[in-house]
Design a protein around this ligand. Structure first.
Ligand SMILES: *Cc1c(COP(=O)(O)O)cnc(C)c1O
Length: 462
């Protein structure tokens, strides 16, 4: 299998994205969204999000037969913010939800049930009942869940498209925690286990209402050819099921998401176009019009378009190492701080007025505010020297980063602002999420129950 990394992003889009980001940081300082009293914000590039959504649609439009139903369902977990889901909905992108909370976010964003897919390995009967009542597509994870669906389908009619998730067990990538298709992965029916494949075929034969097949075999760290192999395995299984039952019962393949993001460079590679072409080459039957398609991309749609910007509160040196102490650390870049090797982030340096810093590079640590020594956004990174009052920006953090606040040290969730160019050199901002207030933080930490423990007595004690 040829590796197609799709280096066709000429760099123009990347340069424009970087220019929009620089303008946004400067405008955020000028407009007071960033400053001594707002030392940490998340910024989202609305133009970039729209561009990625359009690129995704165009990539699959280019390889599918005319009239093929295609639902691109954004994996809500990547950026669980209602205005983002609404923006994507406007761009023709649906939602893949994996919890009652994510379903509620999709609903709040205005996504109709027929544009929503429910996955998750631990759906309760109540969640399943609600999904089937509203017509949301559901992918069952395992035989026990399928039995719950049996009972629900028998008890009330449903418009929901129903499928089964399989794990083609094609192997993992370079990051264990995001490898979904290993031999022992917790997701789906492990297709290569003894008897599993024939069980799946029978499960479909017994259930005429089971019309979808789902496999999400990639995520960050999984090479493209391996992802394509997962899709090819799912396709082959769909063909086998349909041949066995003698009719096109499986009418839609949900191929999951998982396109990786290159966090070391500005240019996007691989692109959606490259992935779609690779799939069309490897699994042509999937695109000839006999199957509808669902995709579930998360990281690749949003990561590039988020920037977390933090003020440099202090600078110091220790053991000969320069250290910039900022307000962004484990609370907004949890994976990077705990697993820096797997999740490196590019850092950009801005001065106190929000202008990109140039000048000689100095090896320095960019530290966060949390009280453990490993709380570093970047270690021994060569950057223009960060000084007190400057800003450090962690790039490509629009997915699985600042939207996923980790409440270590009771650090408050930062505000998130969307931005778009506005007139000559201007930038317009809109609130995506307000900063968490100290009062909210205290309330969420049990303030209403302050004396619950001191008044709790075992029966008979005094
Ligand atoms: C997380 C997840 C996705 C999205 O993965 P990305 O790597 O963010 O594209 C899609 N489908 C399922 C079932 C997932 O769990």
């Amino acid at each position: 299998m040829e590796q197609d990394t799709g280096k066709e992003d000429t760099g123009k889009e990347a340069r424009e994205r970087a220019a929009r980001r620089d303008a946004a940081v400067r405008a955020a300082v000028e407009q007071g969204l960033l400053g001594p009293d707002a030392a940490l914000v998340g910024l989202l590039d609305v133009t970039g999000i729209r561009e990625s959504a359009a690129a995704l649609r165009a990539a699959f439009d280019a390889v599918t037969a005319p009239g093929t139903p295609v639902l691109h369902a954004f994996a809500v977990k990547a950026t669980p913010l209602v205005p983002v889901l609404r923006l994507l909905h406007e761009e023709g992108i649906g939602a893949e939800a994996a919890s009652p909370g994510e379903l509620a976010l999709a609903r709040a964003a205005g996504l109709p049930p027929e544009r929503t897919v429910l996955d998750s390995p631990a759906k309760t009967t109540a969640e399943l009942r609600e999904a089937l009542a509203s017509g949301i597509a559901v992918n069952a994870d395992n035989p026990q869940e399928l039995r719950r669906l049996d009972a629900l389908v028998a008890s009330a009619p449903t418009r929901s498209a129903l499928g089964l998730r399989v794990n083609p067990q094609v192997g993992g990538g370079s990051i264990g925690a995001t490898s979904t298709a290993t031999r022992t992965s917790k997701f789906g029916v492990a297709l290569r286990d003894d008897g599993a494949r024939s069980w799946v075929v029978r499960a479909y034969a017994d259930r005429p209402w089971l019309t979808r097949l789902h496999a999400h075999t990639g995520s960050q760290g999984v090479p493209l050819p391996l992802m394509a192999r997962g899709v090819a395995e799912a396709y082959a299984l769909a063909e086998e099921i349909n041949a066995h039952v003698g009719r096109p019962q499986v009418d839609t393949l949900d191929i999951g998401g998982g396109l990786p993001v290159d966090f070391t460079a500005e240019t996007t590679a691989p692109t959606y176009a490259a992935y779609a072409r690779l799939l069309a080459g490897e699994v042509p039957g999937l695109f000839d019009g006999r199957y509808g398609l669902v995709t579930e991309f998360g990281r690749s749609l949003l990561a590039r378009h988020g920037t977390v910007v933090a003020r440099v509160e202090y600078t110091k040196s220790a053991g000969g190492r320069r250290i910039a102490v900022t307000h962004a650390g484990v609370q907004v870049a949890t994976r990077t701080v705990y697993a820096p090797g797997a999740w490196p982030l590019r850092i950009a340096a801005y001065d106190g007025r929000g202008r990109r810093k140039t000048g000689p590079e100095v090896v320095q640590d960019v530290a966060g505010p949390a009280c453990f020594s490993g709380d570093l956004l970047a270690e021994a990174r060569a950057l223009p020297l960060l000084e007190q009052g400057d800003y450090a920006a962690a790039l490509d953090t629009g997915a699985y980063c600042f939207a996923h606040h980790y409440a270590y040290n009771s650090l408050a969730r930062p505000a998130v602002h969307g931005f778009t160019p506005d007139g000559p050199a201007g930038v317009a901002f809109a609130t995506v999420r307000a900063a968490q207030t100290t009062a909210e933080l205290v309330a969420e930490s049990g303030a209403a129950h302050a004396s619950s423990l001191t008044t709790l007595r075992a029966p008979g004690s005094r």
